[in-house]
Ligand binder design. Structure first.
Ligand SMILES: Nc1ncnc2c1ncn2[C@@H]1O[C@H](COP(=O)(O)OP(=O)(O)OC[C@H]2O[C@@H]([n+]3cccc(C(=O)O)c3)[C@H](O)[C@@H]2O)[C@@H](O)[C@H]1O
Ligand SMILES: Nc1ncnc2c1ncn2[C@@H]1O[C@H](COP(=O)(O)OP(=O)(O)OP(=O)(O)O)[C@@H](O)[C@H]1O
Ligand SMILES: NC(=O)CC[C@H](N)C(=O)O
Length: 737
């Protein structure tokens, strides 16, 4: 059996080599006097696509639009994102045969309807001989040219490709296409090459793929491909947004083509495809380290195609000018699969079509823009895909809920601007559904229909937070209410008193710490109950149909320390800021204040964060502050959070790192801070098991459900680790290291 497979593989390789040989022998260069080719002009395209996992009709529509756009601009090649047919984020659905079946059906529809000369590169999972691969499928008007499987899977952080796919290795072989695909074809095809062999067009343009993670590995396929003379590298990706990450990704592409030369096409998904991640587009075309075209990182367009016209002789010229490249390239012998098409721009095409693209600087957003725009676009997709009529936000007048309000306002601003162009069908449809017959004439009008905010005060609330909440709501135009929830709290306390015979009191009124905490928590929890009631019935109160999604506004640092009441307003439907640090949120708020004229946000940032759950003893601002309550500052929490997750530190290594980072503190003080942090982290970790799904923005996100996989019942004494720390402190005291 195995012998048969090997024999058939050898046969296929032989036939591939023979076909290559045949194409060389029959090529014009060989049989006719040498024609000097000065330019190899080619127009190529790549795209951002807002694919939605398992929504095959949406994905087909987006792919067809992208193909039509690239074809009408006479592009020879169109690259689309990783797994662009089913959507990148299908996760365990990749294990279902239905996902592959529907992908073949979509592919057949695309192939049957393809009429232009553009070669199209799409992505889907394919099960072959006992293993499922994450594949690129490259097709033209005559059918599939080849299938290229991924060789290095993404398995870190949010990625679990190894759970669904196998990394490919091995020779290229002839793959028999499945009947579910072949039975749908209008031009019959029964097999195609499956493997890593690069392609060569009839006009000798050479091309190969690497897929997303392969670019990030030390021995990326583009290195050997470039040394073998392959001119074009394509990379279809599914890469998510993280603050300050884009430049790392794009600089990798730029530096690889600076080092190896070549034309690099990068395509990324963009949008929320059904989970916590936002894929941030930024598809790119780079030639020899120069950016020729870049699609946007954030936005509400489902399809964004960018193209460039390139003189490919510049690749050979660039490589040829570096003897060291030649030395490493010498002796690389590559077999190519013949791509039965010409992909150069014909010299007869109009001159303006033959004008080569010039380089432009890389466009990068600031972290403040990223914090505003990433979650805003993610929320827009959530809104339209959940078919809800808007959002409900408990607006306390503090920094966190105000940040969520600002992000929602920016979402409305993006939607209103897109709507005003009247060219974006999907945005128009959603805006009109939400406006429900009313005219949409400004961002604020749209915000008034989408965003519902409520200040839910108690006798412990201050006039300051009430006013900030009201002012912000007025400025952004949200539908705002004010509620006093004292009656709700008193009712629960009265039921409690009746059934237990006990009446808890705040510490300032003679109660214990336990009573004090319980009295705080009940206020916070009542807000959540009212929030859900309002979200369900506010559209009804306003004579509208539908329901609202409840927005949560806990930030990453509070979650890490567990400084939140379980099942208070931190429990919601979605949280746009759940993995953004307080420090980043504050600078985002200042930026939004200036950019959108929301001046009240400045006042909000400058106020000390407070929960306002104890009786107020202050005169102006509330006397209860978060940082006092927590026993650590938000800035310190950011440091602990990064060291714990990104730095992979336990108590001992965190102490060692902080000792040099905080030289102004004694060893005892550093150890005490580390111990305190790990204690609270351990006793509160259970809160992360039920935390609201939030936009993934930070590498130090403590999200237990997808990203930060750790236990939730800890030995919170950390006795072994504490002893080790004590010994280190003692060493420090007596002068050893
Ligand atoms: N290991 C474990 N596994 C699963 N569940 C566990 C558990 N340990 C406790 N629990 C449960 O968790 C409950 C305790 O959690 P919870 O009810 O949240 O209460 P708790 O964590 O004790 O108190 C709330 C915390 O949030 C702070 N706070 C309060 C109010 C507002 C704000 C703010 O963000 O501004 C912060 C407050 O200072 C305090 O540190 C227990 O009653 C028990 O039901
Ligand atoms: N007075 C209030 N009115 C409405 N919602 C409130 C009020 N107080 C708290 N909340 C809601 O409960 C959440 C958690 O409250 P907490 O006091 O912990 O605030 P926080 O996490 O510091 O956020 P913020 O900065 O928005 O006050 C808030 O983000 C807000 O959504
Ligand atoms: N889909 C992938 O292969 C992801 C690769 C990579 N780690 C990224 O974040 O972009």
């Amino acid at each position: 059996m195995l012998d048969d497979v090997i024999a058939s593989d050898i046969q296929v390789i032989k036939s591939l080599v023979l076909s290559e040989l045949h194409s060389v022998l029959s090529s014009k260069e060989f049989t006719k006097p040498m024609k000097v080719v000065i330019n190899q002009l080619i127009k190529v395209s790549t795209c951002n696509l807002n694919q939605h996992s398992l929504s095959f009709s949406t994905n087909l529509k987006n792919l067809s639009t992208a193909i039509a756009t690239a074809s009408s601009s006479k592009s020879s090649y169109l690259l689309t994102p990783e797994l662009s047919i089913p959507g990148y984020g299908c996760e365990d659905h990749f294990l279902e045969s239905d996902t592959e079946l529907h992908s073949w059906e979509v592919l057949a529809t695309l192939v049957n309807s393809h009429e232009s000369n553009c070669i199209v590169d799409v992505g889907m999972g394919i099960y072959v001989n006992g293993a499922r691969y994450n594949c690129r499928v490259i097709f033209g008007r005559e059918g599939i040219v080849m299938i290229r499987p991924k060789t290095s899977l993404a398995n870190d952080g949010n990625y679990r490709e190894g759970r669904y796919f196998t990394a490919f290795s091995g020779p290229t072989f002839a793959y028999t296409l499945p009947p579910c695909y072949t039975s749908l074809l209008t031009h019959p095809q029964t097999s195609c090459p499956f493997g890593l062999t690069p392609l060569k067009s009839l006009d000798s343009i050479t091309l190969t793929s690497e897929t997303c993670e392969e670019l990030f590995t030390p021995s990326s396929p583009h290195i050997t491909s470039s040394l073998s003379g392959v001119q074009i590298i394509t990379n279809g990706s599914g890469s998510h947004h993280e603050l300050r990450k884009l430049n790392q990704r794009l600089e990798l592409i730029i530096s690889c083509t600076k080092k190896c030369g070549g034309l690099y096409l990068y395509s990324n998904q963009r949008g929320n495809d059904g989970g916590r991640l936002y894929y941030d587009g930024s598809s790119l075309i780079v030639l020899n380290g120069e950016v020729l075209a870049q699609a946007s990182q954030f936005g509400l367009k489902d399809v964004e195609v960018v193209s460039a016209t390139v003189d490919l002789s510049e690749v050979d010229s660039y490589r040829g000018s570096r003897p060291s490249f030649g030395e490493q390239s010498r002796g690389n012998k590559t077999t190519f699969i013949t791509l039965n098409t010409h992909i150069t721009l014909p010299s007869t095409s109009p001159r303006h079509e033959r004008t080569v693209s010039t380089s432009s600087p890389l466009k990068l957003s600031t972290p403040e823009e990223e914090c505003l725009l990433g979650p805003a676009c993610w929320m827009w997709d959530y809104l339209r895909r959940s078919s809800s009529s808007g959002y409900f936000l408990p607006l306390s007048g503090g920094a966190d809920s105000s940040a969520v309000a600002a992000i929602t306002y920016v979402m409305c601003d993006l939607a209103y601007k897109e709507y005003s162009t009247k060219t974006n069908y999907e945005v128009n449809e959603t805006v009109e559904r939400i406006m429900d017959g009313k005219v949409c004439e400004s961002t604020e009008i749209l915000c008034g229909e989408i965003l519902h905010t409520t200040y839910m005060g108690t006798s412990n609330s201050s006039i300051k937070t009430y006013e900030r909440s009201k002012n912000l709501a007025e400025k952004i135009g949200s539908y705002h209410l004010t509620a006093n929830i004292d009656d709700m709290v008193l009712s629960v306390l009265s039921v409690f008193a009746k059934c237990t015979g006990k009446e808890p009191a705040f510490t300032s009124r003679g109660g214990t710490k336990r009573e004090d905490l319980a009295l705080q928590n009940i206020q916070a929890r009542m807000r959540m109950v009212l929030a859900y009631m309002l979200a369900q019935l506010l559209p009804w109160c306003r004579g509208k149909s539908g329901f609202l999604l409840v927005l949560g506004s806990g930030n990453v640092d509070e979650c890490l320390r567990g400084y939140l009441t379980k099942y208070d307003c931190s429990s919601a439907d979605l949280n746009p800021i759940g993995s953004i640090s307080k420090v980043d949120l504050k600078s985002m708020l200042k930026f939004a204040a200036d950019k959108h004229g929301l001046t009240v946000l400045r006042e909000i940032v400058e106020a000390p964060p407070t929960a306002e759950l104890r009786p107020n003893e202050g005169e102006n601002e509330h006397s209860q502050t978060d940082e006092d309550d927590m026993g650590m500052t938000y800035e310190e929490l950011g440091v602990f959070g990064r060291l714990r997750k990104i730095g992979r530190c336990g108590p001992v290594s965190m102490y060692k790192k902080l000792l040099s980072r905080w030289p102004e503190l004694s060893a005892e003080e550093v150890a005490a801070k580390v111990n305190r942090f790990f204690f609270y982290y351990a006793v509160n970790r259970h809160k992360m098991t039920t935390i609201t799904p939030s936009y993934h923005a930070e590498n130090y996100s403590p999200d237990d459900n997808r990203f930060d996989l750790r236990p939730f019942i800890y030995d919170s004494s950390w006795s072994w680790q504490k002893d080790a720390l004590e010994a280190l402190v003692e060493n420090e005291r007596v002068g050893f290291c």
